[in-house]
Design a protein around this ligand. Structure first.
Ligand SMILES: Nc1ncnc2c1ncn2[C@@H]1O[C@H](COP(=O)(O)OP(=O)(O)OP(=O)(O)O)[C@@H](O)[C@H]1O
Ligand SMILES: [Mg+2]
Length: 396
């Protein structure tokens, strides 16, 4: 299919796309490389637009916007969607997403972004939501219900975009039989609220008998998320600490205010909840897609893999967790050292939060069947991290 890769209203490049396979087989002309996905710019050579890295990275980037091969229970989801591979979905809704503004416009068509985008136009999400989140669904999703932004969600967890009173929300469940992740998202929101960290507001919801987290879309028609992974790809490689410093400098050079403080806030949160999953696609920046101006650090999102989710056992509480600092896995006690000024944190704002979390977990016990013992251990862990941070602040 001959089509134009669009960034909202701007034509980026003319290309040949192999529908179903999710592969760009030829780049015919580049119109506006500045408006291309950020990660592609470093692969672009004006005199050789079909050079392999550029074209293959275009395909990789496009596939990366779709449902990944490591999505929890992918086989079941594909069965319920009536398809063989996630790549079949990539262009079903012209590649539109709710996390950026790229789409594929068939060559010679008159379709406009304003006529089709999912920010203005409602989509039928009920079948996909059931296929993605329900434990016992027999539904096979109808072809017409595959024209949604649910085709273009990244990440491991089962999830679904829905609309409530005009607002687009992302629902996410836990991994396999794990039920803690949604609660961790809510805990993270509560901590961020209290400490004044800019974050995505997660609340709890239930879909049938599944507890899910629910957060509003933090992108609008004029913005896109560019993850740290994409930004780092365009940077020279040194070691982890130097690359982290350079990342902050790139953000500051692009006009983002208080970049360091905002990124450090994220690592403080990770320390408090022992979040192990701060990989480079779980943070980034927001860019204006019209002016290409970098607007801000993205609000903190995806905090569910915390409080020992990966290796919980009812008999023990693991206390030596490791998190991620930029692209290195390190003990939380090491990571917190990178925060330049812990004194600015008013830790008393977290008073009573352990009891609040304990209450919350008990409230949902009839659905989650979480044991009293586990709830107790989770609260012990949280309490321990808060006290550790308290003493770090006191000893400065
Ligand atoms: N509220 C939101 N608004 C817009 N885009 C979002 C929002 N939340 C998540 N996204 C996009 O969806 C992607 C997947 O979401 P998220 O990271 O929360 O899922 P996940 O399955 O927990 O991911 P991971 O594989 O890192 O565990 C994000 O990387 C981001 O691009
Ligand atoms: Mg993620």
């Amino acid at each position: 299919m001959k089509c134009i890769l669009m960034n909202k209203n701007t034509e980026v490049l003319l290309t040949e796309y192999e529908s179903g396979l999710g592969v760009f087989t030829k780049i015919i002309e580049v119109y506006n490389i500045d408006y291309s996905p950020y990660i592609l710019k470093s692969f672009y050579e004006k005199d050789d637009i079909n050079n392999n890295p550029f074209r293959t990275n275009l395909s990789d980037w496009f596939k990366g916007r779709g449902i990944p091969s490591w999505r929890d229970k992918l086989d079941l989801l594909l069965h319920r969607l009536g398809i063989i591979a996630p790549s079949e979905l990539l262009d079903k809704a012209m590649g539109l997403s709710l996390s950026d503004q790229y789409w594929l416009k068939p060559y010679n068509s008159n379709i406009e972004y304003d006529d089709i985008n999912f920010f203005d136009h409602d989509f039928d999400y009920s079948e996909f939501m059931e296929a993605s989140l329900s434990k016992n669904s027999k539904t096979i999703v109808k072809e017409a219900s595959l024209k949604t932004p649910n085709n273009t969600t990244d990440g491991m967890l089962k999830k679904a975009w829905i609309i409530e009173k005009g607002t687009r929300y992302l629902l996410k469940s836990g991994y396999r039989n794990e039920i803690l992740q949604p609660f961790n998202e809510i805990l993270a929101s509560e901590i961020c609220d209290r400490l004044g960290f800019k974050h995505v507001e997660y609340t709890l919801d239930t879909y049938k008998d599944v507890v899910v987290s629910k957060c509003p879309c933090f992108i609008n028609k004029d913005t896109e998320l560019i993850t740290c992974y994409q930004i780092r790809n365009n940077m020279k490689r040194h070691d982890n600490e130097e690359d982290y410093e350079e990342y902050i400098k790139v953000l500051e050079d692009n006009g983002i205010k208080d970049a360091r403080t905002k990124i450090e806030n994220m690592y403080i949160l990770d320390f408090l909840i022992m979040n192990e999953d701060r990989h480079l696609n779980n943070f980034g920046i927001i860019r204006d897609v019209n002016t290409l101006k970098w607007l801000d650090v993205a609000p903190i999102f995806d905090n569910g893999m915390a409080l020992n989710v990966p290796y919980y056992s009812d008999d023990e509480v693991i206390i030596a967790g490791e998190g991620r600092f930029f692209y290195e896995v390190k003990p939380f006690d090491e990571i917190i050292k990178i925060v330049s000024d812990l004194k600015r944190i008013d830790i008393s704002k977290l008073d009573g939060i352990v009891e609040w979390f304990d209450d919350l977990l008990h409230q949902y016990q009839n659905i989650t069947k979480m044991s009293d013992k586990r709830i107790h251990l989770l609260c012990v862990l949280l309490n321990r991290q808060i006290n550790k941070l308290k003493s770090l602040i006191e000893n400065i």
